[in-house]
Structure formats: structure tokens, C-alpha cells
Design a protein around this ligand. Structure first.
Ligand code: UDP
Length: 239
């Protein structure tokens, strides 16, 4: 095993990454595996924060397309992220890893409110901090919340967990000639409309010089490899 390259990381997990083999909701096998891998990082001295999405349960845009008021739909989407955060916290605690859920909307009989200084204190004490409810505002995504929190807590890098091992020149499923980019600049991602995160999130990372690594979380050991800084994904950084 190599030494961790990063001291403090912010991991963005989509809600869909909790689906596993389920069509809806949360697969407990996935949360257990994630808890084990996150515990491994903590045991190696890495400070771990997570932002979790809610797309496995509700997305505001989808609810709006079905006729619901968009802001109400976004409130439901943010509450979905709280449910995912609680499920992950439960799996972490069963794996013997201390954690705290901090929500951007007040729901403090269920979890803590987000307070930046307190979040940093938890990290320093070796607790995994799960940021829930996105930014707390409608019309944003949890990708934007992830870039915001990564900057706020002075993370060394934002690790964007996906189902593919990086950003490709074309869809690798459809085009066998597609190649994985090892490194991209923020402007290349924006100009070529590459599917890394939404534009708000990328611009925030660019303006605050927060590097991003896109990596495959579904592969066993993918998370540890990303934190060791191995060449297993795509890094987006300044040119
Ligand atoms: N959401 C929001 N504001 C935020 C973050 C999320 O309103 O700051 C809502 C929005 O409706 C979004 C849903 O929560 O669709 C779930 O988040 P997201 O779609 O980012 O989840 P993911 O795609 O990562 O699973």
C-alpha cells in the first residue's frame, strides 16, 4: 500500500451509487462496502468528508417535469439526500467508524446543522462528516454543494465518484476507440461540455482552484486508489 497523497478529501457520491442492484432506494450491500472502504481511509489518517446526492429517490427537475412545483420538488430532493446520509451513517457506525451527518436545512432532531467550524473539528477528530441537503437552496445540485463544501473545508481535492474510471473522449461503451483523459483543465471541461459535473460546480472549482478527480467507485479498492493518487481516473485542475 502506498501512503495517502491527500490529507483531507471531499468525496461526492451520487444517490444512484447507493442503488447497487436495486431499481430504487438503497442497497445495504453497497453502503456496507462503502463504509468499509471509508473506514480504511480514516484508519490511514485521511480526513474524510462526503456530499451525498438524492437521485436514487427524488430529483426536483424530474418531479417538476411531472407537474410539481419546482421548489417543492427540490425540497423533496434535498430531504432525499438526508435519508441517504442517514443510511450511510448507520453503515459507518456498524463498521466501527465514527461519523456525523450535517444538514444544510434545519432538521436537528435527526442530525446536526451544518456549521463549518464544527465540521472541521469533526474531521480533525477522525470522524467522517456527511454533508446532507445539498446547499440548502433549490435550483442547485449536490455537485455544486460538493464544490462549495470542498472549498469551505479546505479539502486537498474533490473526489467525484462515478461508475466509469474517468472522463473519456467518447462514450467508451459505444465507441471502442474512446480514450480516457488522464488530465484536463477546467476550461477544457467547460468548452468541450465534458460530462464531469454541472457548470456551476466546475466554475466554482476553477475559480477557487479546487482540483477534482473523477474515478470509479464501483471497483473494489477504487476509493483507496484515488486517495493514494494512483493513475486510475481523470484529474481536472489548472492548466
Ligand atoms: N437539491 C437542491 N439543492 C441542492 C442540492 C440538491 O435543490 O443544493 C435537490 C435537487 O432537486 C436535486 C436533488 O436535491 O435533484 C438530489 O440531488 P442531485 O440530483 O444532485 O443528486 P445526485 O444526482 O447526486 O444523486
Amino acid at each position: 500500500m502506498n501512503d495517502p497523497r491527500y490529507r483531507r478529501v471531499l468525496i461526492k457520491l451520487s444517490g444512484e451509487s447507493l442503488l447497487g442492484n436495486e431499481a430504487y432506494g438503497i442497497d445495504p450491500k453497497v453502503t456496507s462496502r462503502l463504509a468499509r472502504e471509508l473506514g480504511e481511509l480514516v484508519a490511514r489518517g485521511v480526513q474524510v468528508a462526503l456530499v451525498i446526492g438524492g437521485g436514487n429517490i427524488f430529483r426536483g427537475a424530474g418531479l417538476a417535469a411531472a407537474g410539481m412545483d419546482r421548489v417543492t420538488g427540490d425540497h423533496m430532493g434535498m430531504l432525499a439526500t438526508v435519508m441517504n446520509a442517514l443510511a450511510l451513517q448507520d453503515a459507518l457506525e456498524r463498521a466501527g467508524v465514527f461519523s456525523r451527518v450535517m444538514s444544510a436545512i434545519k432538521i436537528n432532531q435527526v442530525c446536526e446543522d451544518y456549521i463549518r467550524r464544527r465540521a472541521i473539528r469533526h474531521l480533525e477528530k477522525g470522524r467522517v462528516v456527511i454533508f446532507a441537503a445539498g446547499t440548502g437552496n433549490p435550483f442547485f445540485t449536490t455537485d455544486s454543494a460538493a464544490s462549495l463544501r470542498a472549498v469551505e473545508i479546505n479539502a486537498d481535492i474533490m473526489l467525484k465518484a462515478t461508475k466509469v474510471d474517468g472522463v473519456y473522449s467518447a462514450d467508451p461503451v459505444k465507441d471502442p476507440a474512446a480514450v480516457r483523459y488522464r488530465r484536463l483543465t477546467y476550461d477544457e471541461v467547460i468548452e468541450r461540455k465534458l460530462n464531469v459535473m454541472d457548470a456551476t460546480a466546475i466554475v466554482m472549482c476553477r475559480d477557487q482552484n479546487m482540483p477534482i478527480m473523477v474515478f470509479d467507485i464501483t471497483r473494489e479498492g477504487g476509493l483507496v486508489g484515488a486517495v493514494e493518487g494512483r493513475d486510475i481516473g481523470t484529474v481536472v485542475e489548472r492548466g
